[in-house]
Design a protein around this ligand. Structure first.
Ligand code: G4P
Length: 284
């Protein structure tokens, strides 16, 4: 499979983020809990050096809890402050406030010693496309928040969302680009649907997914489609197509259509809670 990326956009995004970094104390980085390694951009380490770092394992409702906990420990071991969220339902979003406070504890103390009291922490949300940045900001900011910042025309300043007396959030998230040089990463991003469909072969994707499921989540396909799972991934796709009477005009199995609903079921959590990569195999 071949993946196409757009370096021009990346250069601009990087420059903008460099500017924004000067304004903030803490970086709130969203990763997808199903692929925390592949949805994390290594360049942010350079961009955000000297900043306090928080990682949110977002879409935790779709991931396998056991591995999400392992990923949490993994990132904590690297010095991040980490918490699990489901930005869509709002689960875990409230706790982010506490985590940010905890992460910025030293800074708050330093300020206090200098006599600076009640200066809000300034934060910025970053992450690759589709990881849930806008959904998270909406959920985190909620209805109660008021937009602050400079008046248009006066200074070309940034818009801040005042979350409470302790935190201000930059209202536009920083968009990171994925690790584009790695084909495995590309495949995993494609599996969760964060790469545009048109450039991918859906049958190949569904094949890779069923292969992975046979290895790590045996029984999930049986549970969803009431089939007898076998070892062979392609065979499983055929069995599912047969079971669903998914056929073309001539009576031949329609694997394209079958692949489509398998992927759709996976991405919407109907194949169960699934994590596609495991922390013990990652050495970042
Ligand atoms: P972005 O700003 O980082 O690009 O991502 P955005 O918030 O637009 O979210 C991308 C998709 O991910 C949206 O789905 C959103 O609803 C979904 N999403 C975000 N956070 C979570 C989460 O914690 N759990 C789950 N299950 N989904 C999440 P969409 O298909 O584009 O829209 P919709 O179907 O929600 O309308």
């Amino acid at each position: 499979m071949h993946f196409q990326w757009y370096p021009g956009h990346m250069t601009k995004a990087r420059r903008m983020m460099q500017e924004d970094m000067k304004l903030i104390d803490v970086v709130i980085e969203l990763v997808d809990a199903r692929i925390p390694y592949s949805s994390k951009n290594p360049d942010i380490d350079e961009l955000a050096k000297n900043k306090t770092r928080v990682i949110l394992l977002n879409k935790s409702d779709l991931a396998d809890r056991k591995y999400t906990e392992q990923w949490k420990q993994y990132f904590e071991g690297q010095g991040y402050f980490v918490t699990l969220v489901n930005s869509k339902s709002g689960n875990g979003v409230k706790q982010v406030n506490d985590v940010v406070q905890k992460a910025c504890h030293e800074k708050i103390e330093r300020d206090r010693k200098k006599g600076i009291l009640n200066r809000p922490i300034r934060a910025m949300v970053v992450g690759i496309p589709n990881v849930g940045k806008s959904t998270f900001i909406n959920s985190f900011a909620g209805k109660a928040s008021a937009k602050t910042g400079n008046k248009p025309g006066v200074t070309k300043g940034k818009q801040w969302i005042r979350l409470n007396k302790n935190i201000e959030l930059l209202d536009t998230p920083g968009i990171l680009w994925p690790k584009f040089e790695d084909q495995t990463v590309g495949l995993r991003l494609a599996l969760i649907g964060s790469i545009r469909e048109e450039i991918l072969n859906i049958q190949e994707l569904a094949f890779e997914l069923t292969k992975f499921l046979a290895q790590h989540y045996k029984g999930n396909l049986s549970a969803r489609y009431q089939i007898e799972e076998v070892e062979d991934a392609l065979m499983n796709m055929n069995i599912i197509a047969e079971k669903r009477a998914c056929k073309m005009k001539g009576g031949e199995l329609d694997l394209e259509k079958t692949a489509g609903f398998i992927m759709d079921d996976f991405r919407n959590g109907r194949l169960g809670n699934i994590t596609l990569e495991f922390p013990q195999k990652m050495d970042t």
